[in-house]
Design a protein around this ligand. Structure first.
Ligand code: HEM
Length: 492
């Protein structure tokens, strides 16, 4: 009897707490539109089904948001999310809320406290240390690695010459993996020649399971997830990837210690200094575990994103032959008929290609949403709403990049020249955010652009591309065309 009374009391207090919580959250955001919301579930049914269906549902939410100054609210079970697709409010959130939303917790077993999902206090000190390593002067040292891998990509693509359409992403991903691994860890993976290594398979499996968890509501609570076979599969494969990076970190630590003890006779000058080499002997003495978490975060965040941008750009250029012709003219003005790799000055001269890449990232924001935790009440000036602490703010980069309010009536059309300086005057700084915005933006953005331009330059100087427009998209952690990045290639 007493136990029942205690139980009822606890339940009663819990109910009062939630009723007050919901009331406050709903009151503060009362002016925002919301889709059909059911008790307990909220609008979770919008986030069920396959990733293509979900993309359509999200588009409907976006349309609802555009009817209300670019903001919409969505209850997912007990959690309130506000999705934002106008630059002014996005800027306020991205400038002030540096804490990642709880949804990123699914990456925690893999990336630990690596930069990508580090809690704010830790992130502040670690980002300061990592930032100088991604300066242009340092990443430009990696241009030789990029050209070498780009040439291997050309050789691999030869098997597809004049053979009809094929999905180019897998070729590009192998190339960017080789670049990112070698420059981050100083180790050659040679994925382009050996795509079936256990490490890569493990990495793929982990990404697949995390994607499933993100979008299947019933897999989200740990207690349910741990009952499924996915939990063990995830753990085994994460252990395998950790073991790989741990071994590289130990080897590098050994080399570093030998060097500082002056036991090494190996001259380090002239040898490529990978990101990992540069992380030793800094203001913070990182532990091996921290080094592994940072390197894993960099290789995960830097690879598929870069590969996707290249693949989308190739498809767009295959559709828009006039733009491809302009890119080629620019390339010939820089290289004449030479097939050499691009250097720093060459990359700076590729201004039209840069506009094409930006337009590709605008139309296909490969990181379509960015989710932040609102840690204290914050006012959104355009939506004229206070987001209460505890809300998740979802910045819809994909939606904002296609907003007619921002980009005009041609928002859905491919027009690289909209990035000409004279046509960019007056555009809000947070209107175009492929690399996010504010102090927690992408640390590898310049490096990413360098890889993208170099690879496109190499491929386009050798091959003519043809493609059909992309029809349907699906959303996983990143944005993919349902039918892949289909292109045809022929020799120039
Ligand atoms: C076109 C290619 C790329 C795109 C579109 C991209 C996009 C992004 C975005 C949108 C974020 C913020 C995510 C969020 O707040 O949820 C981010 C963060 C990050 N990116 Fe990139 N990225 C690219 C290339 C790279 C490269 C090449 C690297 C490194 C080699 C890299 C490393 C990182 C890291 C470490 C973070 C976390 C930064 C932090 O929290 O301080 N990215 N990236």
């Amino acid at each position: 009897m007493i136990i029942l009374a205690i139980f009822m009391l606890i339940f009663g207090v819990y109910l009062i707490y939630w009723t007050m919580y919901f009331r406050r959250m709903n009151k503060l955001t009362a002016s925002l539109p919301e889709p059909l919301t059911l008790p307990l579930l909220g609008s979770a049914m919008n986030f069920m089904g396959n990733s293509e269906k979900m993309f359509q549902n999200i588009q409907e939410l976006v349309n609802l948001a555009f009817q209300h100054k670019g903001c919409v609210k969505v209850w997912l079970g007990p959690k309130l999310y506000v999705a934002i697709a106008n630059p002014e409010d996005a800027q306020v959130v991205l400038d002030n809320c540096l804490d990642k939303d709880k949804v990123y917790r699914f990456l925690r077993p893999w990336l630990g406290h690596g930069l990508f999902i580090a809690p704010v206090d830790l992130w502040k000190t670690h980002r300061k240390v990592l930032l100088p390593i991604f300066r242009n002067k340092i990443v430009e040292e990696y241009l030789d690695v990029i050209s070498e891998q780009a040439n291997i990509l050309l050789e691999r693509l030869e098997e597809k010459l004049d053979k009809g359409k094929f999905d180019v992403l897998k070729y590009i991903t192998a190339c960017t993996l080789d670049i990112v691994f070698e420059t981050a860890m100083g180790e050659r993976m040679d994925v382009q020649h050996k795509p079936d290594t256990p490490y890569l398979q493990a990495r793929e499996t982990v990404i697949t399971i995390i994607n499933k968890r993100l979008f299947k509501v019933w897999l989200q609570p740990d207690c349910l997830f741990n009952l499924t076979s996915y939990a063990k599969q995830q753990k085994d494969n994460i252990d395998l990837t950790h073991k790989f990076t741990d071994e590289v970190v130990q080897k590098k630590r050994f080399e570093y210690e030998k060097k500082i003890n002056k036991e090494s006779h190996v001259q380090s000058s002239g040898k490529l200094q990978a990101v990992l080499d540069l992380l030793f002997n800094r203001e913070i003495e990182f532990t091996n575990e921290e080094l592994r978490e940072h390197i894993d975060s960099i290789t995960i965040a830097g690879n598929d994103t870069t590969a996707l941008v290249i693949a989308y750009t190739l498809v767009l250029l295959g559709v828009h032959q006039d733009a491809q012709q302009r890119v080629l003219q620019e390339q010939e003005a820089i290289f004449d008929k030479s097939k050499r790799g691009a250097n720093r000055e060459d990359l700076q001269r590729m201004s039209y290609l840069e506009r094409v890449v930006k337009e590709s990232m605008r139309l296909y924001a490969v990181v379509p949403i960015i989710a932040r935790n609102i840690h204290e009440d914050i006012y959104l000036p355009v939506c004229e709403t206070t987001l209460p602490a505890g809300t998740g703010a979802v910045i819809g980069a994909f939606a904002m990049h296609r907003s007619e309010a921002v980009w005009g009536p041609t928002a859905n059309e491919f027009d690289p020249d909209r990035f000409l300086p004279e046509r960019s005057v007056g555009r809000h700084p947070a209107a175009f955010i492929p690399f996010s915005y504010g102090s927690r933006n992408c640390i590898g953005r310049n490096f990413g652009m360098m890889i993208i331009k170099s690879i496109l330059s190499t491929v386009l100087r050798s091959y003519q591309i043809e493609a059909q427009p992309i029809n349907k998209l699906k959303m996983e952690m990143l944005l993919f065309p349902t039918e892949g990045h289909q292109i045809k290639i022929s020799k120039r």
